[in-house]
Design a protein around this ligand. Structure first.
Ligand code: SF4
Length: 400
């Protein structure tokens, strides 16, 4: 597995696979073809269906800024990957073409080339990680820290500061989100309505306010951290932000929670997918929920088995969740879904403190199940906006 630096990426929303990935792809292509007369970028698969709403064309044009570029949405060609891009550079008398895939979480793969940084974790799944932890009597975050080295704390400080700023700016913002759906920002309202309450109602509203704040920032193209993606960027920060404030945890405790969450995200990324276009929303928000649960279990000092159980319950109960963003925008159902997953992560941790010792299903089994389920999902439910809520939602219907 790769470093968790490859999992948590600081970038601009609304979509890691549709804005961060294509931007990086354009930069890679330009680094080798900066001197062409003009360029064409063809967006295929999910990028063709929801690229407009996600702002893919704008992100690509921005990366090509100052150059002549045509961006084409092609829904007719069957791509080799759900998020494929064909870049062409036109020189005097010759052309140069490269196919690049946006594989989730802002990662890209250039077809026909060696890709990516070397693995720094020899372990390939959670069972192998668990064996190392048990053998050496260490926690999940201690295992990650050994592999990453103490310099990872500097990186995690940047990640956490960006997550915090995203929540705090989102709580201050008001108005309607861009894109034409007329979706109002609601984070501030949730925060206001949490204040006079107490107990579970207060906890649910506060965590939801934080998740809405981060997700609304993402929907408006703000600076976020992929955890593991932009669309799911509200889940991990909201849970950690709530508990850090409630329990007055140190920053270092939060960094360690991010390490535990990162191991879970990495195992899912290595063995299944974190891409909505590949495996539906179970791979994005479901994975984020599992990461948040592992992070919270770590923050609470829970055992390795309880941490695994928390992540397993979280992912298990997102199985089959489809990706059907209305209008191709990362707003409905995405924003509310982040809040729901954050509350689910807290519930999963509470359940695991009782159920961990008697559980039957391990995390690797659920990850394998999620991947197979995702592969079996019909194309309309994988970030194409041609099925599910994206098909049935009537924006003109007056509800209240
Ligand atoms: S439905 Fe889920 S996977 Fe799809 S865009 Fe929204 S958050 Fe991402």
């Amino acid at each position: 597995m790769k470093s968790i630096r490859e999992l948590y990426k600081i970038g601009y929303g609304p979509s890691s696979s549709h804005t961060i990935g294509p931007t990086r792809a354009a930069q890679v292509f330009l680094s080798e073809n900066g001197g062409a007369e003009r360029y064409r970028v063809v967006l295929l698969g999910s990028l063709a269906y929801t690229g407009k709403g996600h702002g893919t064309d704008e992100a690509v044009k921005k990366a090509f800024s100052g150059r002549k570029v045509e961006v084409v949405f092609d829904k007719t060609t069957q791509p080799a990957h759900p998020n494929a891009m064909i870049f062409t550079a036109f020189y005097d008398g010759k052309t140069l073409t490269k196919e690049i895939h946006s594989v989730g979480g802002g990662d890209i793969r250039v077809v026909g080339e060696e890709n990516g940084s070397p693995d720094i974790y020899a372990e390939k799944n959670f069972d192998e990680v668990k064996k190392i932890c048990i053998k050496n009597d260490i926690t999940l975050w201690q295992y990650a820290l050994e592999r990453e080295g103490r310099q990872i704390y500097g990186f995690l400080a940047d990640v956490w500061n960006t997550m915090k700023a995203c929540i705090e700016e989102g709580l201050q913002a008001s108005g309607v989100l861009p894109g034409g759906l007329g979706v109002q920002r609601r984070a501030a309202e949730l925060l206001t309505k949490a204040r006079p309450t107490n107990g579970n109602v207060r906890e649910d509203r506060l965590v939801s306010a934080y998740a809405f704040a981060a997700s609304e920032q993402n929907a408006s193209g703000g600076k976020v951290v992929t955890a593991p993606t932009c669309g799911a960027c509200g889940v991990v920060p909201s849970v950690l932000y709530y508990f850090k404030n409630k329990k007055r945890c140190s920053d270092e405790a939060v960094y360690n929670a991010l390490l535990s969450a990162g191991v879970v995200g990495n195992v899912i990324k290595r063995n299944a997918s974190i891409s909505g276009a590949e495996c539906g929303c179970q791979a994005e928000v479901g994975s984020a929920c599992a990461m948040a649960a592992a992070g919270l279990a770590s923050l609470k000092g829970m055992s390795l088995h309880e941490t695994e159980c928390s992540a397993e319950i979280s992912l298990e109960h997102h199985l089959g969740l489809t990706c059907d963003p209305v209008g191709g925008l990362v707003q409905i159902p995405c924003i509310e879904r982040n809040a729901f997953a954050a509350m689910s992560a807290i519930n999963a941790v509470n359940l695991s403190s009782v159920l961990a010792e008697s559980r039957k299903v391990d995390l690797d089994t659920i990850i394998a199940t999620m991947f197979e389920t995702g592969c079996d999902l019909a194309r309309g439910y994988k970030e194409t906006s041609i099925g599910g809520l994206a098909k049935h939602f009537d924006g003109n219907k007056v509800i209240c």
